[in-house]
Design a protein around this ligand. Structure first.
Ligand SMILES: Nc1ncnc2c1ncn2[C@@H]1O[C@H](COP(=O)(O)OP(=O)(O)OP(=O)(O)O)[C@@H](O)[C@H]1O
Ligand SMILES: [Mg+2]
Length: 223
């Protein structure tokens, strides 16, 4: 499960890179974004990154108009999303795809459905959490807070991906080094800045990015 310290930190960028990585490896994995709010843009880019192998509804069954946390956006439409239904959807996908990557929405504790957030999803699926954080001043604290909020078993296996901003500040090298020192270097990964508009199909050929995707994938134990 791809989660993050915040919204807009690069979860979809990473999810698209996974999708391209799997396409390239001919790995029959599926990359999903079960719940979208503020439209279905994330689901559309994931569909494109998977060359249309999955329909929009197979990637994203629940979507809401307002650009709010999904629980609140659903409430505006007098609708709700229950954890049991989302688990059922992901487990059904899992029967057809040996590996499933799920992008949450917002940060770890952002309200996703009526009775759950991304942490509940991670625990119910016994998933490996991938924590995405923008590599800027404050990143160390944000990553550690998210790891602290996970049950120990999940925190221990979590992978951290620091996404480089276009204009790095003075903290970036120290952020990577400090988190690697505290968590173990094999669990902290650095995603370079890619030109905008971001194209996953081209980016995954970049040896640095390809290498990083391979390391993250192996570290999740799903490879
Ligand atoms: N390493 C990067 N290279 C290029 N662009 C990036 C990178 N990281 C983030 N971006 C850009 O930052 C923006 C936000 O990224 P993204 O959509 O992946 O965030 P998110 O965490 O999925 O947000 P949300 O909570 O809305 O789902 C996008 O426009 C994306 O193209
Ligand atoms: Mg996203």
């Amino acid at each position: 499960v791809i989660t993050g310290t915040d919204t807009g930190v690069g979860k979809t960028v990473l999810a698209c890179l996974f999708a391209r990585f799997f396409q390239e490896q001919r790995h029959p994995a599926a990359v999903l974004k079960p719940i979208c709010s503020g439209g279905r843009a994330d689901a559309r880019v994931l569909r494109e990154a998977q060359d249309g192998r999955l329909t929009l509804d197979e990637i994203n069954p629940w979507h809401f108009r307002e650009g709010l946390a999904p629980r609140l956006a659903a409430r505006k439409e007098k609708r709700e999303v229950r954890l049991a239904k989302v688990l059922d959807f992901i487990r059904r996908t899992r029967k057809r795809h040996p590996c499933v990557v799920v992008e949450g929405a917002g940060g770890l504790l952002s309200p996703l459905g009526t009775d759950f957030d991304t942490r509940d999803l991670i625990v119910a699926l016994r998933a490996v959490p991938i924590v995405v954080c923008a590599n800027r001043l404050g990143a160390i604290n944000q990553v550690l807070l998210v790891l602290e909020a996970l049950p120990a078993k999940y925190s221990r296996r979590a992978q951290v991906v620091l996404t480089s901003p276009e204009r790095p500040d003075a903290s970036v090298r120290g952020n990577v080094a400090t988190l690697a020192e505290q968590l173990g270097s094999g669990r902290v990964h650095e995603l370079p800045w890619m030109a905008e508009p971001f194209h996953a199909a081209g980016a995954v050929w970049n040896p640095r990015i390809k290498g990083m995707m391979g390391r993250v994938f192996r570290a999740t134990g799903a490879a």
